[in-house]
Design a protein around this ligand. Structure first.
Ligand SMILES: Cc1cc2nc3c(=O)[nH]c(=O)nc-3n(C[C@H](O)[C@H](O)[C@H](O)COP(=O)(O)OP(=O)(O)OC[C@H]3O[C@@H](n4cnc5c(N)ncnc54)[C@H](O)[C@@H]3O)c2cc1C
Length: 468
């Protein structure tokens, strides 16, 4: 059995590792367009900030570790065309030499590519590139170009276009390197994956660390400040239409990703939500013997059905399932809840499940209640308040979503994971208050913070005190 994975990031490598784990006799080849297999691109901001001291340290496993599992790696090799009838794959290797290889089962893990907004200076004939100080950020190659600009041009200021989680992590990273950072976001508040009430707290944290945050600001053009000058000029429009112009030594464009599907489409795969490859929950594309996983495919969401949610956690799980099923298994992807967390300087914001408007579109009758609680008993030093937004269904009391904001040491990530576990298992908000959770004053409270959030929701909706 010859299994071929296209892509050497979270999905492709997870598939290869699982296949080798289940069947050590399987012949597994991983084709990777670049020279960075199994790198944690999620860690890039921490390499840029200097907290991770060498790019090699971002590797989950070295090439030698991967090869020790028995897989073959074809680095700097691009898959160009799939012939599903002949079960052949056309590759272009490092020396541009073409080669046709056969497969029994194929797993596509081509991931996503950065979105380039249709803005002069980013796209079109006058597009500026990395040599001009205009960067995108998705791959290790992008990272090495960015570091070259930082090390060689020594910029002292940057405009970051986009304030999603990667934009926020990069605002922190560039600030840590001593750059003055201006962050421009088209939407009314930063981190639009959480409610504006929590986004405003993230905004305040950025501002308190010197980031100049311009929300409701749409970038219209990037150009050189003066002909031949190194400095860049960013022209934007504020929500009221007023022109906003800023100059900076570099610009980082982080406005999201889109699935990389050209290869799958050429093989006859169909596309689904947001142009991602349509797969069933066993990661089958419908093209015989061809599976796909990760940021290139649609995501099954436990509450929404088919959606697109490109996340590393999901890519790992889907890749593992694709690897198992390619060997004849029948495992299904259980589904995502969009659980995510981001650290912004000294604070963290997290969410899982649905926000109010998402729950309404999905046919629920949601109520969202905001409350606050301490992460541990306030009399023990170092306690922090956690801001919570709990979303539940009015009719059934089912927990639909939770959003948290609190100090980076307030265990926000693990608390959102309790909520994710509860939603995964269809628990009611009332049921959360019944959970037997741990307590000691330096680390918690007899009523855990999110149990207090659940009780606040019940008080609001049922008009009675659930706490006793
Ligand atoms: C800066 C940053 C921070 C992030 N932080 C988080 C986080 O904190 N938490 C989280 O859950 N997610 C995070 N993510 C998202 C996460 O990294 C992605 O969801 C995940 O890497 C997707 O993995 P993938 O294997 O599907 O695709 P990708 O990582 O996009 O990899 C695609 C792979 O396919 C290869 N490839 C593409 N085309 C071809 C071809 N034709 N031939 C051969 N090879 C090809 C590429 O070289 C690459 O190896 C972050 C992403 C970035 C950029």
């Amino acid at each position: 059995m010859h299994l071929v994975m296209i892509g050497g990031s979270d999905a492709g490598i997870s598939a290869a590792l699982r296949a080798r784990e289940l069947d050590p006799s399987a012949d597994v080849t991983v084709v990777v367009a670049d020279a960075y297999p199994n790198f944690s691109i999620c860690g890039i901001p921490y390499y840029v900030s200097g907290e991770v001291t060498h790019w090699r340290n971002l590797a989950h496993r070295t090439v030698a570790d991967l090869e020790a599992t028995g897989m073959s790696l074809r680095l700097d090799t691009t898959a160009r065309r799939i012939d599903p009838e002949a079960r052949k794959l056309l590759l272009t290797g490092p020396g541009r030499a073409e080669e046709l290889i056969g497969y029994d089962k194929l797993i596509i893990g081509t991931g996503a590519v950065s979105v380039r907004p249709p803005v002069p200076g980013i796209t079109g004939p006058d597009a500026l590139g990395t040599a001009d100080g205009v960067h995108l950020l998705h791959s290790m190659g992008d990272t090495i170009s960015l570091m070259r600009t930082l090390d060689e041009a020594g910029p002292s200021s940057a405009v970051i276009v986009g304030a999603g989680y990667i934009g926020l992590e990069m605002a922190e990273a560039l600030t840590a390197r001593g750059l003055a950072v201006i962050q421009m976001e088209r939407l009314p508040e930063v981190l639009p994956t959480v409610d504006p009430a929590l986004g405003a707290l993230v905004h305040a944290e950025l501002s308190s660390h010197g980031v100049d945050v311009l929300t409701g600001t749409t970038v219209r053009a990037i150009s050189r400040a003066e002909p031949g000058a190194a400095r860049l000029r960013v022209d934007a429009a504020a929500a009221d239409g007023e022109q906003v112009t800023r100059a900076a030594d570099m610009v980082l464009v982080v406005t999201g990703v889109r699935p990389d599907t050209a290869l799958a489409v050429s093989a006859g795969a169909t596309l689904g939500v947001r142009g991602a490859i349509a797969v069933d929950r066993g990661m089958r594309t419908g093209v015989p013997d061809v599976f796909a996983a990760g940021d290139c495919v649609v995501t099954h969401h436990r509450l929404l059905g088919e959606t697109y949610l490109p996340l590393g956690t999901t890519a790992h799980k889907q890749g593992r399932i694709a690897g198992q099923n390619a060997l004849g298994g029948d495992r299904e992807f259980a589904g995502s809840l969009g659980t995510q967390v981001v650290k912004i300087f000294d604070q963290a914001a997290a969410r899982t499940g649905l926000r109010d408007h998402e729950a309404t579109s999905a046919g629920f009758d949601p109520v969202t209640v905001e409350s606050e609680a301490d992460d541990h008993k306030a009399y023990y030093p170092g306690s922090h308040r956690i801001r919570m937004r709990v979303t539940g269904d009015r009719a059934t009391g089912r927990l639909l979503g939770m959003q948290l904001f609190g100090h980076r040491h307030a265990e926000v990530a693990k608390r959102i994971d309790i909520a994710a576990t509860a939603i995964f298992h269809g628990m009611t908000i009332d049921g959360i208050a019944d959970l037997d959770l741990s307590y000691t004053p330096p680390l918690g409270s007899p009523w855990e913070a999110i149990q207090m959030g659940a009780q606040a929701w019940e008080r609001h909706v049922l008009g009675c005190s659930a706490a006793s």
